[in-house]
Design a protein around this ligand. Structure first.
Ligand code: AMP
Ligand code: ZN
Length: 128
């Protein structure tokens, strides 16, 4: 089994909600192209889209990653999935299909430590 060194152990990063980039977007302190906004979930365009459609879906409550998904209510967790489908319909990729992806931790290349799902489509996308 792979072992993590002392400095890798806390990869979920202790970014405070104050400093968290996606919390700032949620609070309206940073600009974003909002695609969908509701009480507990926000969806906005990825700043450097890697597909013709690339939207991020985030819970408004801060959770660093899937490691902390238990902080969120079941209803909010379910809404992340439902909003992804709503976004896909809005962006006209629901029928052609889309990727719903959450990067979790170093090997997945997670860069922003506020839980977010990528909704990507508009062209043929494979794994990973
Ligand atoms: P990851 O943490 O690997 O799942 O990816 C973070 C994603 O957030 C990347 O696709 C970035 O392009 C995107 N991103 C970073 N900063 C912003 C921002 N201010 N607004 C929108 N998207 C962002
Ligand atoms: Zn946050």
């Amino acid at each position: 089994m792979r072992r993590f060194g002392a400095c890798e152990k806390r990869w979920e990063e202790l970014v405070s909600e104050e400093d968290c980039m996606f919390c700032k977007i949620v609070r309206g302190e940073m600009e974003s192209e909002v695609v969908h906004d509701e009480e507990e979930v926000l969806a906005f365009e990825d700043i450097s889209g890697k597909a013709p459609v690339h939207v991020l879906v985030v819970p408004k409550e801060h959770a660093s990653s899937l490691t902390e998904v238990g902080k969120l209510s079941n209803a909010v967790t379910k809404r992340l999935f439902e909003v992804a489908q709503t976004v896909a319909e809005k962006m006209d990729i629901a029928e052609s299909g889309y990727v719903f992806r959450i990067n979790n931790g170093p090997d997945a290349g997670q860069e922003v430590f506020h839980l977010h799902a990528h909704v990507m489509g508009g062209e043929r996308l494979g794994m990973p």
